[in-house]
Design a binder for this molecule. Structure first.
Ligand code: NAP
Length: 473
C-alpha cells in the first residue's frame, strides 16, 4: 500500500517514500510519502485558501461534519482499531478503547461547535465607560498546525482537529512518522463528511526536517503540539509570536494511604502502570505507599501484574506488546539496570524479548534514578514507601513534570490537602492519575506543558477573543 500526501482535499504524489513497519513483527505495512518543504508550503497554501470558507461556514454545518466523522468511526470501529494495533503495536483491546474515545472526542467537538459564544462586558464599571453596550465574540485563529505523537494516533489527532474545525479554523496536520495511517484515515472521513477541500491537510515525513517549515511560516497562527518535552521546548523557542500549546510528558505519581482496601484498587493501578506498555503520558511511574501496607501492596501488585499476557497486538488476549522501537527497549533496559546497580530492588520483569519489555516492578528506588525522575515511557513502575503524608506529597512534587497525580485515601482532610498542594494540572482523588475523559480540561504544569485540551478548553485556545463596543449615548 502506498500513501501519498493529503493536500487540498486530494492525495498528491510525494517525491520519495519511507517504509512503515509494524513495531511488533517489523513487517512492512505501507510506503508513506515524505513531504518536501514545497509540499508543506503547498499544504499551508491550501489551508490558507480554505480558511475563508471555513470562517463563514455556519456552526451547524461544522457540527454536522464532525457528527458524520464520529458516525464513520462507529461504522468502521474494528477496521480503525486494527489499523492502530498494526501501526502502533497497541493491543486490540486498548486500540478499540481508543477508537471509542475518538468517537466521543469528535462528538464533543460537534456539540462545542454549536455553542461557541462571547459575553457582554459591563463597560460602565469604570468611569468613562458609561453609555456603551459591549460584548465579545470568538473568532477562528486561521491556519493551525497540529503536530501529534505516536501513542494515541487517532484520539490525539481528534483532540486537535476536532476543536480546530469546530471553531472554524483550517489545519495542517503532521502526525508521528510511526503512525500516519490513522491520520490519513481521518482525513478521508472528513472529506467524505463534506469538509471544504484544504481545510484539513496531512503531511508526513520526519518532524525534525519538515517541522521548521510549519514553525517559521507566518500564515500559521498556532502550533498545537503533543509529544516529548525536548521537542516541545524546541517548538516553543522557534515559533516566534505564534500561539503555542504544548501537551508534554510526565512521570506521574500515585499515593496510596494507610487504610485503603488495596485488593480493591490494585487491578486498576496495574492497568494505569502497564496499559499500552506504559507508553501513555499519564502512565503511573511512581507509587508511594504508606509503610503499614507496603509489603502486602507490593506482594499483591506483583501477583496481579503476573496475570498480564504479552504477545501480538492483534490477538484478543494480549495485554502487553512491543514497545514502539527497539531503541526504546534498549534505553529502558539500561535505565532499569542502572537503578538496580544504584540500590533499587527488582521485583518483577527487567528483561525483554522480541521488542516486548516485560512489565517491570522496582521497589525502593532512589529519587535521582532515571526510572524515577525522567519520563520512562515504558512498562516500568516503582513503589516506594512513606510514613508521613506530607512527605508523600513532597515526593510527588519532587519532579520537573506535573501532568496529573492520583491519591487513594479514606481521609477527606488528606484528600483536600493533596488537592491543594499537588503541583499538577489534574488531581485524581480515589483514582489513578491515568484517568481521562475527553471533555475534561487536560494539560500540565512545569515541563509537562502549557495550555489545556478537552474540547471546550481547546476551542478557547484556538479562537481569538474580539471585543465589540457600541457607543449608545
Ligand atoms: P516526539 O518524538 O516528541 O514526537 C511528537 C511529534 O513531533 C511527532 O509528529 C514528531 O515527528 C514531531 N517532531 C519531532 N521533531 C520535531 C521538530 N523538530 N519540529 C516539529 N515536530 C517535530 O514524541 P513521541 O515519541 O511521538 O510521543 C511520546 C511523547 O509524547 C511522550 O513524552 C509523551 O508523554 C508525550 N505525550 C503527551 C501527551 C499529553 O497530552 N500531555 C499525550 C501523549 C503523549 P516524527 O515522528 O516524524 O519524529
Amino acid at each position: 500500500m502506498k500513501k501519498d500526501l493529503w493536500i487540498g482535499g486530494e492525495y498528491r504524489n510525494a517525491s520519495s517514500y519511507m517504509k512503515l513497519k509494524n513495531p511488533f513483527n517489523l513487517e512492512v505495512l505501507a510506503e508513506i510519502g515524505i513531504a518536501t518543504k514545497e509540499d508543506v508550503l503547498s499544504a499551508i497554501n491550501a489551508a490558507q485558501q480554505a480558511q475563508v470558507e471555513m470562517a463563514y461556514l455556519p456552526s451547524f454545518e461544522r457540527a454536522e461534519i464532525l457528527e458524520k466523522v464520529a458516525q464513520f468511526l462507529k461504522d468502521d470501529r474494528e477496521e480503525c482499531a486494527r489499523l492502530i494495533a498494526m501501526e502502533a503495536a497497541k493491543p486490540l483491546k486498548a486500540a478499540r478503547a481508543e477508537v471509542d474515545r475518538t468517537i466521543m472526542t469528535y462528538t464533543f467537538a460537534s456539540h462545542e461547535a454549536r455553542r461557541i459564544h462571547g459575553e457582554t462586558v459591563p463597560m460602565d464599571g469604570a468611569p468613562g465607560g458609561q453609555g456603551r453596550l459591549a460584548f465579545t465574540v470568538r473568532e477562528p485563529l486561521g491556519v493551525i498546525a497540529a503536530i501529534t505523537p505516536f501513542n494515541f494516533p487517532m484520539n490525539l489527532v481528534a483532540h486537535k482537529v476536532g476543536p480546530a474545525i469546530a471553531a472554524g479554523n483550517s489545519v495542517v496536520l503532521k502526525p508521528a512518522s510511526q503512525t500516519p495511517l490513522s491520520a490519513y484515515k481521518i482525513a478521508e472521513y472528513f472529506h467524505r463528511a463534506g469538509l471544504p477541500a484544504g481545510a484539513l491537510n496531512v503531511v508526513t515525513g520526519s518532524g525534525s526536517k519538515i517541522g521548521d517549515v510549519l514553525l517559521k511560516d507566518d500564515r500559521i497562527k498556532m502550533i498545537t503540539f503533543t509529544g516529548s518535552p525536548e521537542v516541545g521546548r524546541y517548538i516553543r523557542e522557534n515559533s516566534g509570536l505564534k500561539r503555542v500549546t504544548l501537551e508534554l510528558g510526565s512521570n506521574s505519581a500515585l499515593i496510596v494511604d494507610d487504610g485503603v482496601l488495596i485488593h480493591q484498587v490494585i487491578p486498576r493501578i496495574v492497568t494505569g502502570a502497564f496499559a499500552y506498555q506504559g507508553q501513555v503520558c499519564i502512565s503511573i511511574q511512581r507509587i508511594f505507599v504508606h509503610e503499614n501496607i507496603f509489603d502486602s501492596f507490593v506482594e499483591q501488585f506483583v501477583s496481579e501484574t503476573q496475570k498480564l499476557k504479552a504477545g501480538n497486538p492483534l490477538e484478543e488476549e494480549t495485554d502487553i506488546s512491543a514497545m514502539i522501537t527497539r531503541g526504546d527497549v534498549q534505553r529502558t533496559q539500561e535505565w532499569v539496570e542502572e537503578a538496580v546497580i544504584n540500590g533499587a530492588q527488582l521485583k518483577l520483569g527487567g528483561r525483554s524479548e522480541e521488542g516486548i519489555f516485560q512489565p517491570t516492578i522496582l521497589v525502593n528506588v532512589p529519587s535521582g534514578e532515571k526510572v524515577s525522575c525522567e519520563e520512562v515511557f515504558a512498562p516500568v513502575v516503582h513503589i516506594n514507601t512513606f510514613r508521613d503524608f506530607n512527605e508523600a506529597i513532597d515526593q510527588v512534587n519532587d519532579s520537573k513534570y506535573g501532568l496529573q497525580a492520583g491519591i487513594f485515601t479514606n481521609d477527606i482532610h488528606k484528600a483536600l490537602q493533596a488537592a491543594r498542594k499537588l503541583q499538577v494540572g489534574g488531581v485524581m482523588i480515589n483514582e489513578i492519575p491515568t484517568f481521562r475523559v475527553d471533555q475534561m480540561p487536560y494539560g500540565g504544569v512545569k515541563m509537562s506543558g502549557m495550555g489545556r485540551e478537552g474540547i471546550k478548553y481547546a476551542v478557547e485556545e484556538m479562537t481569538e477573543l474580539k471585543l465589540i463596543s457600541f457607543k449608545t449615548e
